[in-house]
Design a protein around this ligand. Structure first.
Ligand code: ATP
Ligand code: MG
Length: 588
């Protein structure tokens, strides 16, 4: 089985929409000036070389999580597949929560996932804050057209006057003030003449609209706050619902894809665009908003606010803690970018919300890595095994495939010696039913080595088994003629005690013990799994590659990757990405 997505891409409603838009020639007249800009700039541009434009528009107020990976794969994937371009845009219109650290981490995560925004030599990396001036001018023209007004009601009054789902809202006393007055006030707001919350610019639509989002939504508010890019240049900031359609239009986005929660915002999205186009501010063809179901997954939370809380309150060790569902955390844990892409592709694009089982991610990882990962042996819970009839100074080499699916990857070589480490669970003083591993009198194969027969064991004063004794049969070496003449049911992994590399291995369980930690009003922190990490000190087959980004399958145990932060050449530290799907079968 190949992990490369050679399979045809499954179609979905977004692909269907794009196909029909393209065959209807919707964008044939579309122009692109080589950079974002209002109608005056775009109309002077060339015919747009991109057949479609999409965008990935995160707010830089946290690290990206696996839900964002879905949106990234979708937006960049559609652009790639339809001869288009996907813009990387920071939706940084909210000064208080945004930071450069997040901008850097987001860029890093998207690149690592395998996408980039360079098309024909142009970097399509944009910041909404670069459009503040144009947005402000858009607001001014809405006022001039009688489509917006400055409201001096307090935020609380505005909220109560907005009405409810069953009750119409009430007009503000400032709703019909002359345009000239609103224009002056807006400029005073911009010039820092008024305190936060004292007034706001609102669209003038319909306070009785059945869609609450259309009841004169706020377009601009006053915030005397320092912005991570524009500093103190502005003290008025556009609201997301006003800013987003303008950002899309300035960038010539054709398909603006967002999650279902924004469905009710679409009429306002269109209201903003249609009016500003009519007023000559924005170029046609206008962007269209399409909604798809966000990725929800069991056993994790994907709200940036909750992830931030996990980090700030020290429930995890930072944004890239290998238990976090952030892209940085998944990457450090050892999930590959191709496994994440496979997972995002697999889980499809839908119009209705559902929850994806976390195990699908592990399945994608296994499928992605089974054909590639180097095999090796690790012993997590070591027990000494002594081959009593094996000379103390003898070192015999054994061989095993680097990857059983790819003989051309060659064989690995490792020493067999008199003293070995095996897993504690591979010996039983009194064997339970159907136990095929070591117990007194039983024979097993030391995987890739000889058949051995258990002759005894030592115990300490506390009754713990300290050492197991076996004798080997010299005629049974794996890979030699007649080696299988002695049949055994059990197969035991091992490493040479004198050659193995000591290592720390971090074994993870789910971060939450409840499948839906953020369901209902419960405290999601109460569902934290107290044993989500177990650290053990074990032994690795010599030759194991301890490099972050190189996935190793430790036989029977799962897929592991060296920890990018803590692993050193002297003291390797490995993270278990996921266990193997099939429990290790005897004779495998
Ligand atoms: P959060 O609620 O975690 O803060 P957000 O939606 O506010 O997430 P943004 O930075 O605004 O985060 O998201 C950037 C893009 O990623 C948006 O287009 C958003 O729709 C998309 N996105 C966010 N979460 C998911 C998810 N779980 N599944 C799919 N797409 C998502
Ligand atoms: Mg958001």
């Amino acid at each position: 089985m190949s992990s490369e997505s050679t399979a045809p891409v499954a179609t979905n409603f977004l692909r269907n929409i794009i196909e029909s838009d393209l065959s209807a020639g919707k964008f044939t007249e579309k122009r692109w000036a080589g950079q974002p800009g209002p109608a005056s700039v775009q109309m002077a541009g060339q015919p747009d070389p991109a057949r479609i434009r999409t965008r990935f528009p995160p707010e830089p107020n946290g690290y990206l999580h696996i839900g964002h990976a879905k949106s990234i794969c979708l937006n960049f994937g559609l652009a790639r597949d339809f001869g288009g371009v996907c813009h990387m845009r920071f939706d940084d219109t909210n000064p208080e929560k945004e930071e450069q650290e997040y901008v850097d981490a987001i860029i890093d995560a998207v690149k690592w996932l395998g996408f980039d925004w360079n098309a024909n030599g142009t970097e399509h990396l944009y910041f909404a804050s670069d459009y503040f001036q144009v947005m402000f001018e858009c607001a001014e023209s809405l006022i001039e057209a009688g489509l917006a007004y400055v409201d001096e009601q307090s935020p609380e009054t505005m909220r109560t006057m907005r009405g409810t789902l069953t009750e119409a809202g009430k007009d503000s006393p400032w709703r019909d003030r002359p345009a000239e007055e609103s224009l002056n006030l807006l400029r005073q707001m911009r010039d820092g003449k008024h305190p936060d919350g004292s007034m706001a610019l609102r669209a003038r639509i319909d306070m009785a609209s059945p869609n609450i989002n259309m009841r004169d939504p706020v377009l601009y508010r006053i915030r005397h706050a320092t912005h991570h890019r524009t500093g103190d240049q502005w003290c008025v900031y556009p609201m997301y619902a006003f800013a987003h359609p303008i950002e899309d239009a300035l960038e010539g986005i054709t398909h603006s894809i967002c999650t279902l929660e924004f469905e009710d915002q679409r009429p306002f999205y269109d209201w903003v665009l249609n009016n500003l186009q009519r007023l000559g501010k924005l170029a046609a063809p206008l962007p269209h908003q399409y909604e798809f179901a966000r990725l929800n997954m069991s056993y994790i939370v994907t709200s940036k606010r909750k992830l931030l809380q996990l980090v700030k309150d020290g429930h995890v060790n930072g944004w890239d803690d290998p238990r976090m569902p952030t892209i940085a955390g998944l990457r450090r844990r050892g999930y590959t970018a191709s496994a994440l892409r496979l997972f995002c592709e697999r889980t499809g694009v839908s119009k209705s919300n559902s929850r994806i089982d976390y195990s699908l991610l592990d399945q994608a990882m296994r499928e992605d890595q089974d054909p590639h990962a180097h095999r090796s042996v690790a012993i997590l819970d070591p027990l000494k095994l002594v081959i009593t009839n094996f000379p103390a100074d003898k070192v015999e080499l054994c061989h095993a495939p680097r990857n059983p699916h790819h003989p051309e990857m060659g064989m690995r070589e490792f020493p067999l010696t008199r003293e070995l480490w095996i897993e504690k669970e591979d010996f039983a003083e009194v064997p339970p039913k159907k136990y095929f591993r070591l117990f007194p009198g039983n024979s097993v194969r030391l995987k890739y080595g000889y058949v051995v027969t258990c002759t005894g064991f030592n115990k300490d004063a506390a009754g713990n088994i300290t050492e197991v004794h076996v004798e080997y049969n010299p005629d049974t070496k794996s890979g030699t003629p007649g080696s299988d003449s002695v049949k055994v049911k059990g197969n035991v992994t091992w490493v040479s005690a004198s050659h193995a590399i000591p290592a720390e291995l971090r074994l993870y369980d789910r971060l939450f013990s409840e499948p839906f930690p953020d369901a209902g009003d419960g405290d999601f922190l109460a569902c934290l799994n107290p044993t989500s990490i177990e650290t053990v000190h074990g032994w690795l087959e010599p030759g194991t590659i301890a490099e972050p980004g190189v996935v190793t399958q430790f036989e029977r145990l799962g897929y592991f990757v060296a920890d990018a932060k803590d692993s050193t050449a002297e003291k390797p530290v490995f993270n278990r990405v996921t266990t193997l799907k099939d429990t290790w079968a005897a004779g495998a």
